[in-house]
Design a protein around this ligand. Structure first.
Ligand SMILES: Nc1ncnc2c1ncn2[C@@H]1O[C@H](COP(=O)(O)OP(=O)(O)O)[C@@H](O)[C@H]1O
Ligand SMILES: [Mg+2]
Length: 349
């Protein structure tokens, strides 16, 4: 399925945590691709495995988490690295340089003991992007690039002296320092107030306009996804249940989970005050994984004896309004996801 401009291919990824009470299947068969320069939003409620999936891409899953299967292929001019099996030197060559990440808790990934200049500068020196003498100038440039005012002064400040928005900008500057092909931004606006959220979104939009960097934008906020993404992947309990172009997924969602998510947020772009309905029920606990389709206990379209018995596999998803063709994938029995493929000689539907 690899397209010529494929940058990242995640295939049947499984990441679990072996705990005393059992195994948490945090990522349970994720399939995703990102092309060069593309913005993919990964959406879904809290606890659905978005962060663990993102950390898996860089092989930075917290202990006792472990990737137990699948492939994460990072394509470059110099070949392909599978992050699942790659040895240390190959991992380090990808981290930062090809794929960089802004983590969900910006403050936790900064050292409180060092100035911004030293932290970001050190990353530059470590990756051979700058000499000691150049590092400070480069950091000032990067801070200016992400919209930090008076960067010549800020470069000598410590994280505790900065606002949440400024720290988030600094984290993005650090991620940009080695010119990655892909930036993974995990809930980059979640911890911020509304005004600062808008500013960080503007910054990401500028970056996508001015560079050919691809972005994997992880967010539980469909409004954020709508503003930035070319394509959207919807995750539920560790797997992608629907994917497609942003217009299709948000305008004509096909999976009942995506529909329910959309009913739970104000209509995108509208000012009307229609009644919002939260998604019925809750994301089940990590040990209470339902049999069959993981969404069936909360689904408005539940079909007894089928949805609780069969795990739907991803199939090409129909275009809206009966138009010919497909856009992305959907994993739901409503779309014949459990049917056998058409026999040879049978006309394709
Ligand atoms: N360090 C960890 N130890 C045990 N379980 C974890 C750990 N990190 C995440 N999990 C579990 O993995 C699942 C997915 O979590 P996460 O990827 O953080 O979800 P999301 O980012 O979509 O909110 C959850 O059930 C969570 O409890
Ligand atoms: Mg998360």
């Amino acid at each position: 399925m690899k397209q010529p401009d494929t940058l990242l291919e995640i295939e049947d990824l499984h990441t679990g945590f072996e705990l005393d009470d059992g195994t948490v299947r945090a990522v349970d068969g994720v399939d995703l691709t990102i092309s060069r320069g593309e913005v993919l939003a990964v959406v879904g409620e809290s606890g659905c495995g978005k962060s663990v999936m993102a950390r898996s891409v860089l092989r930075l899953v917290d202990k006792p988490g472990r990737i137990t299967g699948g492939h994460i292929r990072v394509h470059g001019d110099d070949g392909v690295v599978d992050m699942v099996t790659a040895p240390g030197p190959d991992l380090r060559a990808v981290r930062g340089r090809k794929v960089a990440m802004v983590f969900q808790e910006p403050i936790a990934s900064m050292s409180p003991m060092h100035t911004l200049g030293n932290q970001i500068g050190e990353a530059l020196i470590l990756h051979g992007e700058a000499t000691k003498a150049e590092a400070r100038t480069r950091v000032v440039e990067l801070l200016r690039r992400v919209g930090i005012a008076a960067p010549e002064r800020r470069v000598d400040e410590y994280p505790f002296q900065m606002s949440g928005g400024m720290l988030q900008r600094a984290m993005i500057a650090m991620a940009l320092s080695c010119g990655p092909d892909l930036l993974i931004a995990d809930e980059p606006t979640t911890a911020l107030d509304v005004t600062t959220q808008a500013q960080i979104l503007d910054l990401l939009r500028e970056l996508r306009r001015d560079t050919d960097m691809a972005i994997m934008l992880i967010t539980h906020d469909l409004g954020v996804a709508a503003q930035l993404a070319d394509r959207i992947a919807v995750m539920y309990l560790g797997s992608v249940v629907e994917s497609g172009t942003t217009d299709t997924v948000l305008g004509s969602p096909r999976h009942p989970y995506t529909r329910a998510l959309l009913r739970s947020v104000p209509k995108l772009g509208s000012r009307s005050r229609e009644r919002l309905r939260p998604v019925r029920g809750m994301v089940p606990g990590p040990y209470a994984r339902p049999p069959g389709c993981p969404f069936h206990p909360r689904c408005d379209e539940f079909m007894a004896g089928r949805c609780d018995a069969t795990v739907p596999r991803a199939v090409p998803a129909p275009l809206p309004d009966g138009a010919k063709g497909t856009d992305g994938t959907v994993s739901c029995l409503l779309y014949g996801a459990d049917s056998v493929p058409p026999q040879k000689g049978e006309p394709a539907a």
